[in-house]
Design a protein. Sequence first.
Length: 246
Amino acid sequence: MRKQIIIGNWKMFKTNSNAIEFVKSIDSQVESNSNLIAGIAVPTIMISDLSKVAKNIKIAAQNCYFEKEGAFTGETSIPMLKELNVEYVVIGHSERRDIFKEDDRLINNKVKALIAAGLTPILCCGESLEIYESGKTMDHVKKQLSDDLKEVSSDQVKNVVIAYEPIWAIGTGKVATPEIAQDVIKGIRDYLASMYGQEFANEVLIQYGGSVKPENIKEILAQPDIDGALVGGASLVEDSYLGLLK
Ligand code: 13P
C-alpha cells in the first residue's frame, strides 16, 4: 500500500511571524499517522524557525541550488537545508520554469544533487493550456520526466516523489477533473514503469496539484493512481489546510 503525501506550497506568501503562528496553531491538530505524510513547503527564510515548532508536519523547501557551496548569490544549498532537517524539496515547479526560466538540465542537476544528499525531490511536471488543448499532454510530461530524471538510476529514483500539476489548473480555480488527473497520472506511472520497471512504478508516490481544496480533495484522492496533493492557495488558511488532511 502506498502512503499519501499532502504538501502545502505557500509560494511567496506570509511573513515569518504569521508563519510561526500558523504552524504553532495547526501542528498539534495534525495527528502523526504512518500512512500520511503532511507538510508545507515554505519560503527558505522561514525554515529554521518553523522546523523548531513543527512536530507532526514536515517543513519542506520550495527550491534549492545543486552546488554544495560557492559564489551563487541568492541561492540556497542542499547542505544548508539538510542542517535544518529538511527532507522534501519541491523542484521544477511551473512557476520556477516559467518565471525564473529554469530548464530541464538545471532541474535534473537539482534532482541528482538532492538524491545524492539523501533528500527527496518533489519533482513537478505539467503542461500549459495550449499543450493540453492540442492533446499533447502525455508527450510533454514524458519529455519533462525523461530529461529531469536523466542519469538517475533505478536505485536512486526510489527517493523521488512526482507532482503532476497542469499549469492551466494552478491558481485558476479550474481543477482538472479527477478523471483527467487520474488518466495523466496513470500515464506517468506507466511511463515510469517503462523507465524503471513495474515494481518501482507500483511504489512511487505521485501527487496531483492545481486548485485542490478541502471540498474536492476526497474525489481526487479516491482515484487509484493519485497518492496525494500539492496545494497552493488552500494551504494558506488554517482551517482549509486542516480540511485537506481530514
Ligand atoms: P493552487 O492550489 O493555488 O492552484 O496551486 C497549485 C500549486 O501550484 C501547488 O504547487
